[in-house]
Write a protein that binds this ligand. Structure first.
Ligand code: HT7
Ligand code: ZN
Length: 884
């Protein structure tokens, strides 16, 4: 497959203005008839009409009702003799939904029909100009058996429906908004809906529907509530209303990602939609709220204003992730709960995006080239993209950002645009701002890959009462980018005295202090900021709220970190100080090769956190959770996954032991009474109780005590909700307690008919702490389990990805068996679903940083995969980049 370059973008040779498309739905062979109004684009050189099409059987092509000569060139249908004047084009073809295991295009799942068209799935339905800058108005006719497929859905509004004959019926849908083909969707099946009518602020009535399989209806309440909350929030915060009479969400259990924002007809992985207290955890409830919001928010950021080309993907994804993160924070409401949201988002960024940005697949937020666009739905495009949007807001302020968004929609509603257009709108709405005066330099966030390293050093002059803070940055090379320019880095900060008092901030040249919290903007490789009237040697609190996606080296001593941990007014940096204390100890152990022994000062700091009377439980749980192994690996030149794991394991065991009585108190003090609510207070208590229980069961393993494993088993059996049940089960499984086996068996027996819970059962075992190779052996055995299948992406993820991606100690083995497992599963998966296989291939992104013997063994496994002739372009691209 060819490399596609951003710089080669040319507008299409033709526009498609309307599409009248009909489907005779049949799982084996669906007939598609598409009638399009087409215009030549006179702004580009005269050329043939080239339509995309894949895995289709072409029946006929007519222009203005007459057959026309064409040829097929690879995946293109080429018509040389397209008229200069506007014309109608009719294409008839068939496709085979039931054979479509790639889940891109039109496919069947559980006996119903679904589509997934982003990024390039529409071309697997019919021949089309399948690119996001070609926007058309669609009218869709669906014809199908009425008993098997009583529900027929597509985008927009229902225009007509009725019987065709004794067995078949039809529905006609019309979407008045021009849209790119990637937002097309249809669903046909035996589904039921939860419905709700709402009137928006503008006084318009809307019908909201959530469609699922019979039996799942009671699990849709939370999604519906989340949808209503999203609609209300977008109107309030950004003045963006719902623009369709009907807004539908449909759940499907075979789906490649979380969900898809098709205009008016969002399609969701059931894992991102269905929740009941008995089957879903607090984390699931939060994820569903965020994804429902995310897809809904795309209606404006993505659908009304879309991307000119796929290189601009972060235009919609980064912005929409930012919007869903802001929404989740606003829903959490209380300041401490907002901070918890932020911490969780940053943990996710550090666990997934930071490693991506320093590995073989490192790419800018706006990539320069790709082979397979599906490989670029990445943490960089989504999560770093969101951080870039957050920096706009930090630089222009909240009101300035809202003004920028307003201008963006005034300028670009109905258009397919670029990240430059977005940047320009935000800057133009804020003339003279810290953004507008540095716009070109700021846009390096879109073009330069890699995580900047930010260094901060301060010196205090007691006589002059000045504090000079010197900030400097380095931007390490990444594939294809050897040297880089300085980034614009907003550094939100404050100063504290060693006693924890907040100090006023007055920069040299200013006549008075400007508050106690401000944003410094670093836009050079090094800059010094001189604060005056500083009455005491300060402790700097830098990068508050994680104001830029960088790795910070602030050189703070343990004593200074302890000041921040106790007194910082910024909850994020309070948490960060605790993480840094842990990280420093773990890194010292890994670097020295000596066993980790936690010191008294650290343990006492953790104890006072755990005992703290004011801090809330969710914050305590995050503060007492050690940094992730992927983030720890990020700090090291050479990665020895076993050494990292051993250090983390030792830290965990020592914390479990040293704080035993406090864990007991935390467990007992965080029991929730009353009915289940997935709100921040209840879920915070459950998360801390679960952490405490895990620690107690772990310590019991060491001491031989049987009380806590027994209590965990009892809690597992009696739990009133999935969060508590799974928490107790994982405590047993991760500690390799004897009661883990009967608990696992009981769990499976109890939930064997709940696919999403069976996924949890596999995932728990795939992620279980490794001990003597038992976890790895268990995973291999589970491949043979009758419930396991590579065909269902959720199931494949639950076992294979859990081990290869999220369980480094079980995966990276000195005997290379983990890598052999990876290669075998990758090749098997690639023959079924290349998109999912492409994701699994990413596990080896950072093999060159591995210590021996892992490095050589990993290389061998990658080379074995590369040698296979019939790899998908998805996997081929990742593997070739890894070996480059
Ligand atoms: N915009 C959606 C992306 C998506 C997707 C991409 C490739 C293959 C399958 C997919 N399913 C959904 C999801 C989102 O970001 O909202
Ligand atoms: Zn999205």
């Amino acid at each position: 497959a060819p490399l596609i370059r951003r710089e080669d973008y040319v507008a299409p040779a033709f526009w498609i203005r309307t599409v009248d498309i009909s489907f005779d739905l049949d799982p084996a062979k669906t007939l598609v008839i598409s009638k399009m109004k087409v215009e030549r684009n006179t702004a580009v050189p005269h050329g043939p009409l080239r339509l995309h099409g894949e895995e289709l059987q072409l029946l006929r092509v007519l222009i203005n009702g007459e057959s026309v000569s064409f040829r097929q060139e690879g995946h293109e249908l080429v018509i040389e003799a397209a008229p200069d004047a506007d014309f109608t084009l009719e294409v008839r073809n068939t496709c085979a939904p039931e054979k479509n295991t790639a889940l891109s295009g039109l496919y069947t799942s559980g006996g119903s029909f679904f589509t997934q068209c982003e990024a390039e799935g529409f071309r697997r339905i019919t021949y089309f100009l399948d690119r996001p800058d070609v926007m058309a108005v669609y009218t869709v006719t669906l014809r199908a058996d009425k008993t098997k497929y009583p529900v027929l859905l597509s985008n927009g509004n229902l225009a007509d429906s009725g019987e065709l004959d004794a067995t078949r019926h039809f529905a006609v849908w019309h979407d008045p908004f021009p849209k790119p083909s990637y937002l097309f969707a249809l669903v046909a099946g035996d589904l039921v809906a939860r419905e709700q009518r709402i009137t928006t602020r503008a006084g318009r009535d809307h019908l909201l529907q959530v469609f699922v399989r019979r039996g799942d209806l009671e699990k849709t309440e939370h999604a519906m509530n989340s949808l209503v909350a999203s609609i209300v929030w977008d109107e309030a915060r950004f003045k963006l209303p719902l623009d369709l009479e009907r807004f539908m969400i449909v759940g499907v259990s075979d789906f490649n990602m979380g969900a898809m924002e098709n205009k008016g007809l969002n399609i969701f992985n059931t894992s991102a939609l269905l929740a009941s207290p008995a089957t879903a955890t607090d984390a699931d409830f939060a994820r569903i709220e965020a994804i429902v919001a995310h897809e809904y928010f795309h209606n404006w950021t993505g659908n009304r204003v879309t991307c000119r080309d796929w290189f601009q993907l972060s235009l919609k994804e980064g912005l929409t992730v930012f919007r869903d993160q802001e929404f989740s924070m606003d829903m959490a409401a209380a300041p401490s709960a907002r901070a918890v949201c932020r911490i969780q988002d940053v943990r996710q960024l550090r666990a997934m995006q930071f490693p991506e940005d320093s590995g073989a697949m490192a790419h800018p937020v706006r990539p320069d080239s790709y082979v397979e666009i599906n490989n670029f739905y990445t943490a960089t495009v989504y999560d770093k993209g969101s951080e870039v949007v957050r920096m706009y807001q930090t630089l222009v302020g909240r009101a300035g950002f809202e003004a920028g968004m307003k201008l963006y929609f005034e300028r670009h509603d109905g258009q397919a645009v670029t990240c430059d257009d977005f940047a320009q709108a935000i800057a133009d709405a804020n003339p003279g701002s810290a953004l507008a005066t540095r716009l070109e330099a700021f846009k390096r966030w879109y073009s330069q890959a890699g995580t900047p390293h930010l260094k901060a050093r301060g010196t205090y002059d007691a006589t002059a009462q000045t504090y000079t803070l010197t900030l400097s940055q380095t931007n390490p090379p990444s594939p294809g980018q050897d040297s880089k320019l300085a980034q614009v880095i907003p550094v939100a900060m404050g100063l504290l005295s060693h006693e924890g008092q907040v100090l006023p901030l007055q920069l040299q040249g200013e006549t008075e202090p400007a508050g106690t919290d401000r944003v410094l903007v670093l836009d050079q490789s090094a800059q010094s900021f001189v604060f005056v009237n500083v009455t005491a040697d300060p402790v700097p609190s830098l990068l508050r709220g994680f104001s830029a996606p960088v790795l910070l080296d602030d050189g703070l001593t343990d004593a200074e970190l302890l000041v921040l941990l106790k007194h910082d007014t910024d909850a994020f940096n309070r948490w960060e100080a605790g993480q840094r204390l842990s990280l420093n100890r773990i890194l010292a152990a890994v670097r020295s090769g000596k066993p980790l022994v936690l010191d008294g000062a650290y343990i006492e700091a953790m104890r006072s956190l755990l005992r703290h009377p004011q801090l809330d439980s969710a914050f305590k749980e995050l503060a007492l959770t050690l940094p992730g192994e992927a983030y720890i690996a990020e700090q090291l030149e050479v990665i020895d996954p076993q050494a990292i794991h051993a250090a983390v394991d030792a830290a965990q065991n020592q914390l479990a032991h040293a704080l035993r009585d406090d864990w007991v108190a935390a467990f007992e003090g965080n029991q929730v009474s009353g009915g289940y609510q997935p709100d921040p207070v209840q879920s915070g208590k459950r998360s801390l109780a679960n952490l405490a229980l895990a620690m107690l069961v772990l310590d019991a393993k060491r001491s031989g005590d049987t009380v806590w494993p027994g209590r965990a088993y009892q809690r597992f059996k009696d739990a009133g909700n999935m969060t508590d049940r799974l928490g107790a089960l994982s405590a047993l499984v991760n500690a390799h307690a004897e009661l883990a086996e009967p608990a696992l068996a009981r769990f499976h027996q109890q939930f064997k008919d709940e696919a999403l819970v069976v996924d949890k059962w596999f995932a728990l075992q795939g992620r279980a702490a490794e001990r003597d190779g038992k976890t790895f052996a268990r995973v291999r055995q589970l491949l043979q389990h009758p419930d396991f299948s590579l065909k269902n992406p959720n199931r494949a993820r639950s076992l294979i990805f859990s081990l290869c991606m999220f369980n480094p100690a079980a995966f990276h083995r000195t005997d290379a068996a983990g890598y052999v497992f990876w290669a075998d599963q990758l090749l098997a998966l690639d023959a079924i679903n290349p998109q999912i296989a492409g994701r699994l291939a990413r596990v080896m992104d950072r093999w060159t940083k591995l210590a021996e013997p892992y490095r050589s063994a990993a290389r061998e496994a990658i080379v074995r995969v590369a040698a296979k002739a019939e790899l998908s372009s998805d996997v081929r691209e990742i593997i070739e980049r890894a070996l480059a």
